[in-house]
Design a protein around this ligand. Structure first.
Ligand code: GTP
Length: 209
């Protein structure tokens, strides 16, 4: 066990997570929403190369320190991005539901991950900007889901702007990481259950109002 202690408290595991996807899909905003529970207001300033944010997540009493690498989406940084995949336990692929070409970039990442990287990497696909109107939406929920299902990846539509499904996505990932580290079992199955569980819990909560 990778026990770790800091002034902020006990940490049982540290896990490297990488976020990748085309530029301006909202990776930095999603990470900021996860860490600070706030939305970064425009203007848009693209990430240069890579940024790192850290958050400790409690999963059923186990404290997991997620080191999340937010990679730059611009093409000129893409080969550098792939070098960050090394040593990662999980990869979050993000596209923008208002731009079809961003789903294409995700497809490219998936094929390069399949050929280059450890096949045990936990993968999560996020379709960001679910807050937009149906008129602005270009990629349907079904298209995202089909791509994810084809590769056995878990999928959620999220919004960094409203916060919809963001905590659920990262918490489900942390749960899958915990079980992978402690039990070494099938991480995609675990992530599938965690994603479904967090969505179900959210539905139950919203039913109570
Ligand atoms: P790179 O650093 O270039 O790779 O971009 P990125 O993927 O990190 O995108 P970033 O988080 O900087 O957001 C890009 C733009 O999308 C900004 O103008 C954000 O305001 C906008 N944006 C991000 N998330 C959302 C969202 O959930 N909804 C809407 N409507 N806009 C968003």
């Amino acid at each position: 066990m990778n026990a770790y202690r800091r002034s902020s408290g006990r940490v049982d595991h540290t896990a490297k997570v990488v976020m990748a996807g085309d530029c301006a899909v909202g990776k930095s905003c999603l990470l900021y929403r996860f860490v600070h529970d706030e939305y970064i207001l425009p203007p848009y300033i693209g990430t240069v190369a890579v940024d790192l944010k850290v958050k400790v997540v409690d999963v059923d009493g186990t404290r997991i320190r997620l080191q999340v690498w937010d990679t730059a989406g611009q093409e000129r940084f893409r080969s550098l991005t792939r070098s960050y995949f090394r040593g990662a336990l999980a990869l979050i692929l993000v596209y923008d539901i208002t731009k079809a070409e961003t789903l294409h970039i995700v497809r490219e990442y998936i094929s390069s991950v399949v050929s280059d990287v450890d096949e045990n990497l936990i993968l999560l696909l996020l379709g960001n900007k679910s807050d937009v109107s149906s008129r602005e939406r270009i990629v349907s929920y079904k298209e995202g889901l089909n791509l994810a299902s084809k590769h056995g990846i878990q999928f959620l539509e999220v919004s960094a702007k409203t916060g919809s499904n963001v905590m659920e996505a990262f918490n489900a990932l942390a749960k899958a990481i915990k079980i992978k580290l402690e039990e070494g079992c099938d991480d995609q199955k675990v992530l599938a259950q965690a994603v479904q569980q967090s969505v179900l819990q959210k539905q139950k909560k919203s039913c109570c109002f």
